[in-house]
Design a protein around this ligand. Structure first.
Ligand SMILES: [Zn+2]
Ligand SMILES: [Zn+2]
Length: 677
């Protein structure tokens, strides 16, 4: 019998008969591994042919997400079915649910299970594609009637039935013409199209799950029995191949994990995200609105939201001055010519509002603050003695975003950046970068974030022709970013080739209370604009030099950061930020006078207090204040009036008992001054 050699990840070599499968090897290693295995990764040790179950269609039929399955193994071979016979010497890894790639294979198999179930219940649907996604899978169908929530329930039930039958996912190869004929007879036009376009080899790979048959490169898990922790989530519209104008399909989304526990945790996270949705909370807490009458993506800050914004901005402006920035203001609209000089009218055109004509001259609503700050820098000749020049502005900009991508405060058309531009000499960049990073971390600490991810985006050194700036510029600036992060002991990811054409940058993503990352701070070099605008300074040598320029934003924008704060705190802002810090609740109308006195004392001490003197039951008043997420409630009745005390109730801790008013005031002072979280 012909034997082949299988090299395992630990280096051990097993000699097995030609045609042995990964499933058999897993079983030999241990019955437990045999049970846990989902899929295998092989890489041929020598020779040229793909070893097993050769990929017939290099381009996956299920488009990009599925293609990821096989390309993710980059350089380390590719994924194959456990049941595929191995026909040459290979390195073999057997993947279990611990492996993220194996979970994607499970999810892809769940997509097939969904299609199989839909076909049982609605035999006339036309099939699109069904790739795995980060948390599950989807499949696209064409059906005259929309799928209802009841349909989804039935489909999910059918999926469970089919899963329980542990139906094998079998791979079949057939000649391309036969495959097209099969789909033609079955009247599956989209699938015909896929086979025509994507199958480039004479034999085409199919997978069957019971009666369901799909043009698919795979791999798949051996059978449906392992698909247990899933849930159909929603139906959305999608265009065939994602192209507007193509036939409309119904996309059924499902969540899928290996264990029920993981699925439950995911569903809980979704619930949490819904509970924290800043658009809903923005309305409930009366913080902001978007008005159809005014236009999409434009934010109205209501009094309470405006108050939080004022507190945020006060903090920021104080910090800016303390950190030796200069505060400036620049116009919202400037000549289009200026944007031609900066290059934005060319490479940024698609993100800009159209020009406005005034006295036969075109003006442009600003999408960025940089040119304005540059004009201030250029307004007189600068000496090396005044560098670095740090110009900061809470600068409102307008960008054209498609209405489809607008999202509450997070993706808008008009917003205020906490923008700054630093003009400095080469020898100053390290200390400037360090100061920017220190500022960014002060923002995170002050506003209550402790987890973050830092990315350093570098150029692709093999293609300097695609970038502005000299190799020395890039080396020096990237070096400064890198050295600073290392010296400050901040772990970061190096993203090669990810930089914009005009310079390297650092991005800080913070992680919120429920583990979601948010892009926040950017510190970005610019080797383009100083040259375009002919920026100069007179050096110590008396000669003119070009300064280095850095753009940096810490919050990104006030709107976006406010949205993130609302979600992070689920609307319950820390007391120093809360629009109303204390709600005073008289027990009944009889004690309204004392209530007023307490309210006045709070206001005199500089706190934001509100007196609820409605003729309502105390319980109702407490409930309302709780709904508004006001940090403190002070309940005042006869006993309190007599003793000069207040009964304190805290938003998250509940009843704290009676305290002398003066003591409450001084405690609150301490909390607010320390910006306690
Ligand atoms: Zn497939
Ligand atoms: Zn800028």
């Amino acid at each position: 019998m012909d034997m082949i050699h299988i090299t395992m990840p630990d280096g051990a070599i097993r000699e097995v008969p030609l045609g042995t499968t990964a499933a058999e090897i897993a079983q030999q290693i241990s019955p437990r591994l045999g049970k846990e295995a989902l899929v295998a990764r092989v890489s041929p040790i020598q020779g040229n042919a793909a070893p097993v179950a050769s990929a017939d269609a290099e381009k996956s039929p299920d488009a990009a997400p599925e293609a990821r399955l096989t390309t993710a193994t980059n350089g380390e071979g590719f994924l194959v079915d456990l049941r595929a016979p191995i026909d040459q010497d290979v390195k073999l890894s057997i993947l279990t649910p611990k492996d993220p790639e194996a979970i994607q294979v499970l999810r892809h198999s769940a997509a097939h299970l969904l299609a199989a179930a839909v076909l049982e219940l609605f035999p006339n649907v036309k099939l699109g594609i069904g790739p795995p996604i980060d948390t599950g899978f989807f499949y696209d169908f064409v059906r005259a009637e929309p799928f209802t929530p009841e349909d989804l329930e039935r489909i999910e039930k059918k999926m469970r039935e089919l899963a329980a039958q542990d139906i094998p996912n079998e791979r079949k190869m057939m000649p391309k013409p036969e495959a097209i004929e099969l789909y033609r007879k079955w009247d599956q036009g989209f699938k015909c199209e896929l086979v025509e376009e994507r199958a480039i080899e004479p034999m085409v790979s199919f997978y069957t799950t019971g009666k369901f048959i799909d043009f698919c490169r795979g791999p798949h898990i051996p059978s449906t029995g392992r698909i247990r922790a899933f849930k159909l989530m929603s139906v959305a519209g999608a265009y065939w191949k994602g192209q507007e104008g193509n036939p409309q399909m119904q996309r059924i989304y499902g969540a899928c994990f290996y264990t029920q526990q993981e699925l439950d945790a995911y569903l809980h996270r979704l619930e949490e995200a819904k509970r924290r949705d800043h658009r809903r909370l923005g309305q409930e807490l009366d913080l902001f609105s978007v008005q159809e009458e005014a236009g999409p993506g434009l934010i109205f800050w209501h009094p309470k939201g405006g108050l939080v914004r004022k507190i945020m901005e006060d903090w920021l402006r104080d910090e800016l001055l303390r950190r030796s920035y200069d505060l400036v203001y620049t116009p919202h609209i400037m000549r289009l010519e200026l944007w031609k000089t900066s290059g934005h009218a060319n490479f940024y055109r698609e993100n800009m509002f159209g020009p406005v004509e005034v006295e036969k001259d075109d003006y442009q609503l600003k999408p960025m603050n940089c040119p304005g700050h540059i004009l201030i820098y250029k307004s007189r000749l600068r000496s090396y003695r005044e560098l670095p020049v740090r110009l900061a502005e809470l600068g409102t900009v307008y960008r054209y975003e498609r209405s489809g991508v607008l999202h509450g405060l997070l993706r808008v058309r008009g917003f205020t950046q906490d923008d700054a531009h630093i003009f400095c000499m080469p020898e100053q960049i390290e200390s400037e970068i360090e100061a920017c990073i220190d500022f960014a971390f002060a923002v995170m600490k002050t506003f209550g974030f402790s987890d973050y991810v830092v990315e350093l985006s570098d150029w692709d050194a093999k293609h300097p022709e695609n970038y502005a700036g000299s190799p020395e510029d890039w080396a020096r600036s990237t070096g400064a970013l890198q050295t600073t992060l290392t010296r400050l002991n901040i772990p970061f990811k190096h993203m090669e080739g990810e930089a914009a054409f005009y310079g390297p940058k650092i991005d800080v993503k913070l992680i919120d209370a429920i583990g979601r990352p948010w892009q926040l701070t950017t510190v970005q070099f610019d080797f383009n604009l100083p040259g375009r605008f002919g920026l100069e300074y007179v050096g110590e040598d008396g000669n003119r030099h070009q300064p280095l320029m850095v753009h940096r934003a810490l919050w990104g924008s006030v709107e976006r950061f406010f949205g993130i704060l609302i979600e992070h705190y689920a609307g319950a802002f820390p007391v120093w930020l809360a629009p109303v810090q204390v709600e005073v609740l008289p027990l009944s109308e009889k004690f309204a006078e004392y209530g007023k006195k307490v309210g006045a004392a709070l206001k005199d001490a500089g706190f934001r207090a509100h007196l609820d003197d409605r003729n309502e039951k105390l319980q109702a008043k407490i409930r309302d204040a709780q709904m508004l997420k006001i940090p403190y409630m002070l309940i005042v009745g006869g006993k309190e009036a007599e003793a000069g005390t207040v009964s304190v109730r805290q938003q998250s801790k509940g009843d704290l008992g009676p305290r002398p008013l003066a003591e409450f005031l001084s405690d609150l002072r301490k909390q607010v001054d320390a910006r306690e979280l």
